[in-house]
Design a protein around this ligand. Structure first.
Ligand code: F6R
Length: 374
């Protein structure tokens, strides 16, 4: 009998491929290439809108997370507020002086189509980002500026194509700066991260494989701060959708005012959780002290893991932490023997919602709209 050489499924590239049937890993391995391509595509963006009073990014799930990341990136520089709206309706203040960016990878998500309808009715300055569907069909028909991104990916894997255009759009409208330079630095940094966490890299020296092994069997709770707020949210969503596990995210300093008390008397419940702290070599001193104090107050029973971002600029750091999280969630799926790509519950939900007629009603209302005069 041939001796078994591989101890962990994560050290067996063939086994990884057998479980990751649709090759979700390839999107992470090729992330630098996708960011590069997304930057090229985004050069096409032309906007003739005046400077808005506020920005609203409307989308759901894997399409909305780019808005959350944009919001964190822009927080220290944008002169206007940015809100991410994940609903059928837009906030009451949305109007002629609002820039509304509708992001839906499929272009067929009913909440996003409804937000698009509302943006047209309220004469908002609208921009659409999608790979097709009804959203692009109506954007073309109604002369609404839009960007068509490559189709054929799971929306959460298409995040370079959903985030970069938003950054470029805001840069072209002089609401943020430094995007182009940051992106080329970030892509170089991602190449390193991709190599370090690639499936061929053995578990003992592969940070994402080590994290996945540490988290396996627990509910991961991800703690971010500052520019890692949306990143923590993305980690949670990737654990849900790729690894099919419940997960939670929180953000410093707010978590110190409620979350920490939740661990106080959790008793044996604690061992069912692991906490992942997102860290930065240059995190502000007040954040560093807070994280260290918080860690010492946490119960010893739950697993505690740390992830350090890499890179020289804000965007590079954010994207590095995202990519490590994406790899980790996929390796966690592999450890659980689950194909990371299909999301059957979301598919079933969308199918059942389709039967309720809501989307048809929205489409019917969209059909009544008149094209914008150019
Ligand atoms: C699937 C995924 C979902 C979708 C969401 C909205 O990979 O990540 O969260 O992103 O259901 O659909 P789209 O992105 O097509 O508007």
């Amino acid at each position: 009998m041939k001796p078994k050489t591989c101890k962990s499924p994560l050290d067996d590239v063939e086994e990884i491929g057998r479980i990751d049937k649709s090759n979700m890993l390839s999107f992470s391995v090729q992330a630098p290439k996708h960011y590069h391509k997304a930057a090229e595509i985004s050069e096409k963006i032309v906007v003739n809108y005046q400077k808005p009073d506020n920005v609203i990014v409307a989308g759901m799930g894997g399409s909305a997370i780019g808005g959350e990341l944009l919001k964190d990136y822009a927080r220290s520089q944008a002169p206007v507020p940015i809100e991410v709206s994940k609903d059928y309706t837009l906030p009451a203040y949305a109007g002629k002086r609002s820039l509304v960016v509708i992001v839906s990878y499929s272009g067929d998500t009913e909440e996003s189509l409804s937000a698009f309808l509302e943006a047209q009715r309220r004469h908002c300055m609208t921009y659409c980002i999608s790979s097709g569907g009804s959203l692009l069909e109506f954007a073309e028909k109604l002369n609404v500026p839009h960007l068509r991104v490559p189709a054929g990916m799971p929306p959460r894997a298409a995040s370079p194509y959903l985030l970069v255009p938003q950054l470029v759009l805001l840069e072209k409208m002089s609401l943020v700066s430094g995007v182009s330079e940051s992106l080329s630095d970030a892509s170089r940094n991602l190449e390193k991260i991709s190599r370090e966490n690639a499936p061929e890299k053995p578990a003992e020296s592969n940070p994402a494989k080590l994290l996945a092994s540490g988290i396996n069997g627990t509910v991961p709770v991800v703690y971010g701060f500052g520019i890692y707020r949306g990143v923590a949210q993305r980690w949670k969503q990737q654990f849900n959708e790729n690894a099919k596990v419940p997960a939670k995210w929180e953000v410093f300093p707010e978590l110190d005012h409620n979350e920490i008390v939740g661990w106080e008397k959790a008793g044996s419940l604690n061992r069912h959780f692991s906490t992942v702290f997102l860290r930065d070599k240059n995190e502000p001193l007040e954040v560093r002290s807070r994280i260290e104090i918080t860690k010492n107050l946490m119960p010893k029973a739950s697993k505690r893991l740390e992830v350090w971002s890499q890179g020289k600029n804000t965007l590079a750091k954010m994207l590095s932490a995202i990519l490590i999280g994406d790899f980790t969630s996929i390796y966690l799926a592999v450890l659980r023997g689950i194909d990371p790509t299909p999301v059957p519950t979301i598919a079933t939900l969308k199918q059942k919602l389709g039967e309720t007629g809501t989307k048809e009603r929205i489409i019917h209302e969209l059909e009544k709209l008149k094209p914008i005069q150019s």
